[in-house]
Design a binder for this molecule. Structure first.
Ligand code: TRP
Ligand code: ZN
Length: 890
């Protein structure tokens, strides 16, 4: 166990390490319950560290068997304090030599008892590791911090029958039988110095898929993907995505792979998505395995993105790593930015942008608006595992994208080149990164860097005025940002706002400004206004008639925009904006307005509103033959959580649900004819392909089905039943089942049973079945979830099962998690406390479903607070859960 100290670690206390570890030799003898690890460390005092400091190595629940300093055995059971101290959580050498020295330590660990899935653990019969962020210390004593870079040589030994496959980082340099035994070994060497969090090993009996990639300089790289036996055919798409990622990084960023081998291992027990260990990525199998009959189009897109993400880490994360965990966004924000760019190039860029922004708003905006808000570069933490957040990842990526908009593509690329050249092989900081762009763009980025050091989503208020006599159009911008925990006053951000003025014919007007309150020539030619002060006025000249401003095109900065566009303005944008993101945004804004008004009316005991003009605008998008993937996005209404976020206070989830049902019903009825025609027209007629165009057609057809069912339950159920029975792709099958699941009755239960019977042996498919039931917006949902916990396919020990059933209920079922009797809160917090004893990381993440509790109406707010208090007061909590509970209540 980690120490229970409640003292935060602070960025300002960073100190360079007092010792360096140049070389690590590990000898690991795998055993299910008693794995032996011998670690030989080549240490030396850091010339920049403090002379005569003690050497303090991190441990976490370790059992030390023996240790030797420069060949001299130390009595680890009873060490003389003048020499040092060995505990499960620390190995101290009081006064190490002032010259290079060797420390050898043997530890004994029990991978089968490791339920936290950090360090060495077992997934099924296989052995695997997860060391980020602080898991290496659960394997052996080490300077377990990212700024200590070492060259690793790893010898693995195991029963050949149990683990014919033995993998570690780098290249395999030897292997063989161990004479006279049933055991064998493999020797791996990674020539690139790396921090301990990038160490990995895998041992097991797995099925392998092999391929190769030739880099642009002619290096032949052997690629391997290792999965459960029998699942090999499901790894083909991941392999294809890997090869495309490798090629793309060469052309888009000039980055080539640097080892002879690249391995990916898929395991079914994993705390997060995947891990970028050097040359040996370890994946949650849900981001590797896919076939048309088991994976949806979204699953395919996620596999492509996560494979790319982990591969791209080889440069942004591994070759250049982080100085300390405060710099986590240096690798994560940048790598998310890179995987977004990759997916945009592989698929439709505008559609991808919409999906990314939807995800940012759904995950990151509420985090930034609630008690868990933190800087993209935090300045203190209690438990680093709790900082693998949407803020670090997604907002971190958005900041880089905003920087690119600000300085332009060329300066951005030169800055990236400079970063790779200058910091290769080092553990870097955000300042290092930003300085490369300051240099390439010849621009002071001090104020821009506030994005890393101030939490909260800035609000940009825009007011417009047209002067017909002077033919001027004035935009008044004002930026502000609400206080966040520990930050009361904010300084103004640098906000690039891409804009256009859409004229009566739907085309963009040329941008010119008057001398007073003008924009710079660069701003005008690029259509990007730079907001750096609290307020800015821009007066556009030669504007023949009142234009419709199209603001924040492409979502050029991660801000909330408040502009009171008229309904007819929004309709002009939906139909004509040349920026497709803003066409979609205008439809979302329109829908949100209707929803907000309906929520108010419903709460006052009235009826929701109907607005046929909106339906007409949506109809036009479909009729005008928009790209199906894009049309699917436009007709997909905001989520209930989106509306709750817009309301922001005194939230009543039942009223929101009623307003959403009413809007979808109205659209389904108003557009019945064209939705039916679309549904019929887009029927599958070619063999399955996961490509973006085919996926887009399925997406539009399935949104049409959903809206038709909202407008006419009977007809919707008929169509859904037929689709469910005949579907040969998981995308279509689950879409149909989802429609059926929202209609109470025998048909629903029969379909759910049938689905289970067909897919009972495929855990990842059963996860969809769990999630879909957990999200049924009916009072019976909690009872259903409780019953499903007793289902043989469920296991509280498996993070994917927990996320599918309980995570989906907490984060995806607005009305039932927030049920007025508090039953949803009590259920989830009960699970959190129970799960915390097994897997604190997953428990803490589940608890963060309460991040918006303060925005609820008073009765629910009191119940949520009481449930959180019971967690906070429970005994024996992990630092992970204690941290989330504490910050949520602060
Ligand atoms: N570095 C991983 C990624 O984003 C994240 C990760 C995987 C992780 N497993 C983890 C972080 C366990 C913390 C703990 O690609
Ligand atoms: Zn990552």
């Amino acid at each position: 166990m980690r120490t229970d100290s409640a003292e935060p670690i602070r960025l300002k206390d960073y100190r360079t390490p007092d010792y360096l570890i140049d070389k690590v030799e590990l000898d690991v003898k795998l055993h299910p319950t008693a794995t032996r690890v011998v670690s030989r460390l080549s240490l030396r005092p850091n010339p920049n560290g403090r002379a005569s400091a003690a050497l303090v190595l991190d441990g976490d629940g370790l059992v030390a068997i023996r240790a030797a300093l420069d060949g001299v055995e130390l009595d680890v059971q009873n060490l003389d304090p003048a020499i040092g101290l060995v505990t499960p959580d620390q190995l101290t050498i009081t006064a190490p030599p002032r010259r290079p020295f060797e420390l050898e330590v043997e530890t004994k660990i029990d991978p089968s008892a490791n339920t936290r899935l950090m360090g060495l653990y077992r997934s099924g019969a296989a052995y695997c590791t997860q060391c980020e962020a602080e898991g290496f210390r659960r394997i052996t004593y080490f300077l377990d911090r990212p700024d200590v870079l070492s060259v690793y040589t790893v010898r693995l030994e195991a029963e050949r029958a149990e683990a014919p496959l033995l993998l570690s980082n780098g290249n395999k340099i030897a292997e063989g039988a161990i004479e006279g035994t049933t055991r064998h070994y493999a020797l791996w060497r990674d020539p690139f110095p790396k921090p301990s969090y990038l160490f990995a090993l895998v041992g097991g009996d797995l099925g392998s898929v092999h391929d190769e990639f030739i880099t642009r300089s002619g290096r032949k790289v052997a690629l391997g993907i290792h999965v459960e036996h029998g699942k090999e055919p499901l790894a083909g798409y991941a392999m294809d995505a890997l090869k495309r990622s490798m090629g793309w990084d060469e052309t888009a960023f000039g980055r080539e792979y640097d080892l002879d081998i690249f391995n990916i291992v898929a395991v079914s027990d994993f705390n997060m998505g995947a891990m970028e260990n050097k040359g040996l990525n370890i994946f949650n199998d849900k981001y590797v395995l896919a076939s048309p009959s088991t994976a949806t189009d979204t699953d395919y897109a996620n596999i492509e993105a996560v494979i790319a993400h982990e591969y791209f880490h080889n440069w942004t994360g591994n070759r250049i790593t982080c100085r300390d965990w405060f710099q986590l966004c240096l690798k994560e924000g940048l790598t998310v930015f890179r995987d977004h760019e990759f997916s945009s190039d592989m698929r439709s860029r505008p559609v991808h942008r919409i999906a990314d922004v939807r995800a940012l708003r759904a995950q990151q905006f509420p985090e930034d608006a609630g008690p868990l808000a933190h800087n993209v570069r935090p300045d203190a933490y209690l438990e680093i595992n709790n900082f693998y957040t949407a803020t670090i990842y997604e907002k971190g990526a958005e900041i880089i994208r905003a920087l690119k908009v600000l300085i332009g593509d060329e300066a951005f690329r030169r800055g990236m080149d400079l970063y790779f050249e200058r910091y290769d092989g080092t553990a870097a900081t955000i300042e290092d990164f930003v300085s490369c762009f300051a240099e390439s763009a010849q621009r002071d980025l001090t104020q821009f860097s506030l994005w890393y050091n101030q939490a909260g989503t800035p609000l940009v208020d825009v007011a417009a005025a047209y002067d017909a006599a002077a033919k001027t159009f004035t935009l008044d911008f004002a930026q502000s940002c609400k206080p966040t925990p520990g930050q009361d006053a904010k300084q103004p951000f640098v906000i690039p706002i891409e804009i256009g003025l859409v004229g009566e014919d739907g085309g963009d007007l040329p941008l010119t400004t008057s001398d007073r309150d003008g924009a710079s020539a660069a701003e005008l030619s690029r259509g990007v206004i730079e907001l750096t002060t609290p307020r800015r006025r821009i007066v556009f000249s030669n504007i023949p008639s009142r234009p419709v401003p199209s603001l924040l095109r492409g979502f050029s900065a991660p801000v909330r925009l408040d502009y009171a566009a008229s309904e007819s303005d929004l309709i002009r944008l939906i139909s004509h904006d040349r920026d497709s993101f803003n066409r979609w945004q205008a439809a979302q804004t329109y829908a949100t307005r209707l929803l907000l008004r309906s929520v108010g009316l419903i709460r006052a005991g009235g009826e929701p509103i109907r607005d046929e003009r909106f339906s007409v605008a949506l109809r036009r998008v479909i009729e005008n033959g928009a790209d199906p993937a894009f049309a699917a996005q436009i007709v997909s209404m905001p989520s209930e959580a989106d509306t709750a976020r817009e309301i922001g206070q005194d939230v009543d989830p039942d009223a929101i649900h009623a307003a959403h049902e009413a809007l979808r019903r109205a659209i389904g009825q108003d557009l019945k004819d064209i939705l039916s025609a679309t549904y019929a027209r887009l029927a599958e007629n070619a063999p399955y392909s996961p490509d973006a165009a085919a996926a887009g057609r399925r997406a539009l057809r399935n949104v049409a089905l959903d809206l038709l069912a909202a407008g006419d339950r009977i007809e919707g159920e008929r169509l859904a039943l037929r689709q469910f029975e005949t579907a040969d792709t998981m995308t279509n099958k689950i879409a149909a089942l989802n429609v059926l699941a929202h209609t109470p009755g025998d048909a629903r239960e029969a379909a759910l049973d049938a689905f289970y019977r067909v897919h009972a042996s495929e855990a990842l498919v059963i996860d969809k079945w769990f999630a879909l039931q957990a999200m049924i917006p009916e009072p019976g949902a909690l009872h259903r979830v409780r019953s499903l916990m007793a289902h043989p396919a469920f296991s509280i020990a498996n993070p994917n099962r927990v996320r599918s059933l309980i995570g989906a209920f907490a984060a995806g079922n607005q009305t039932q998690f927030n049920a007025a009797d508090g039953g949803g809160y009590d259920f989830v917090t009960g699970i959190v406390v129970e799960l915390d004893r097994k897997n604190p990381q997953v428990a803490a993440r589940l608890l963060s479903a309460f991040k918006s509790w303060r925005t609820l109406e008073p009765a629910r707010r009191r119940l949520a607070e009481a449930a959180l208090r019971r967690v906070a007061e429970a005994g024996g909590l992990s630092p992970d859960v204690r941290d989330i509970a504490g910050r949520s209540l602060a």
